[in-house]
Design a protein around this ligand. Structure first.
Ligand code: CTP
Ligand code: CA
Length: 227
């Protein structure tokens, strides 16, 4: 672990971080969501503030986490709300980190009343694809701005987690991608993460197992080196 003497190398910088999961409303009382706790994104925001940055944290749904000290917290419910909040906050900022677990899909229609059970099986739920916030941020990237994303990957028949991470970095077009190998209880709802930090410049750094704060430090080291 790093000691408490963090560098102040982000002084004078403005950074934006998203965290937590989005919730996609189905009716007034129901939603599609995910199990993201927001802990990693909160650690990223906290460490950036400790290193001197002015930080905006765009938070979706999270576990019951305290707002990090000296961080401007903006709430976002759905993916589309998060997109608007991120695009607004990204304007004029030096670095943007998408750590949120954005729902890939949302219900096609928001039903304006509580859906009743009725009798028999329901109709299949019709879904539509959400905007890809990270890709939009890359498209809107300002000169000198660094855009980073996260990917939780498992291996499959076509390749291992790192292979999928490399492909995702290329597809998204971001400057940095942190890849977590998941499965076997890793990453989701646990205190520690491990994985790789991939750069658009071809750099690949294996990140040992460590706390979310330590992973946040590795990310900001990489961002600071590119600013
Ligand atoms: N992301 C985003 N908007 C989305 C989906 C994902 O901004 N609609 C961001 C995430 O915050 C993360 C990165 O993209 O930083 C990778 O998310 P991931 O879910 O791994 O990628 P997808 O493109 O959704 O691909 P898939 O889920 O099929 O692996
Ligand atoms: Ca996804």
């Amino acid at each position: 672990e790093r000691g408490d003497a963090l560098p102040r190398d982000l002084s004078g910088r403005r950074v934006v971080v998203s965290a937590g999961g989005t919730r996609e409303a189905l009716d007034p009382v129901r939603y599609l969501g995910n199990r993201s706790s927001g802990r990693q994104g909160y650690a990223i925001a906290r460490v950036a503030a400790q290193r001197g940055a002015a930080v905006t944290l765009v938070a979706g749904h999270t576990a019951d986490l305290a707002d990090p000290a000296a961080v401007d917290v903006v709430r976002a419910g759905s993916a589309r709300e998060m997109r608007d909040a991120m695009r607004a906050a990204a304007k004029g900022s030096d670095a943007v980190v998408m750590n949120a677990a954005v729902a890939d899909f949302r219900p096609v229609a928001l039903v304006d009343h509580k859906i009743k059970k009725g009798s028999g099986d329901p109709e299949p739920l019709a879904l539509t694809v959400n905007p890809d916030i990270l890709v939009e941020l890359v498209q809107a990237r300002e000169p000198g701005q660094i855009v980073a994303g996260f990917a939780a990957e498992t291996g499959d028949a076509t390749g291992d987690a790192l292979h999928h991470g490399r492909a995702k970095l290329a597809r998204k077009g971001c400057d940095l991608l942190i890849v977590n190998a998941v499965g076997d209880g890793k990453a989701f709802e646990v205190a520690d993460n491990s994985g790789w930090l991939l750069g658009a410049d071809g750099s690949e750094t294996e990140l040992g197992s460590g706390s979310k704060a330590l992973l946040a430090s590795y990310l900001w080291d990489a961002v600071a080196a590119r600013l």
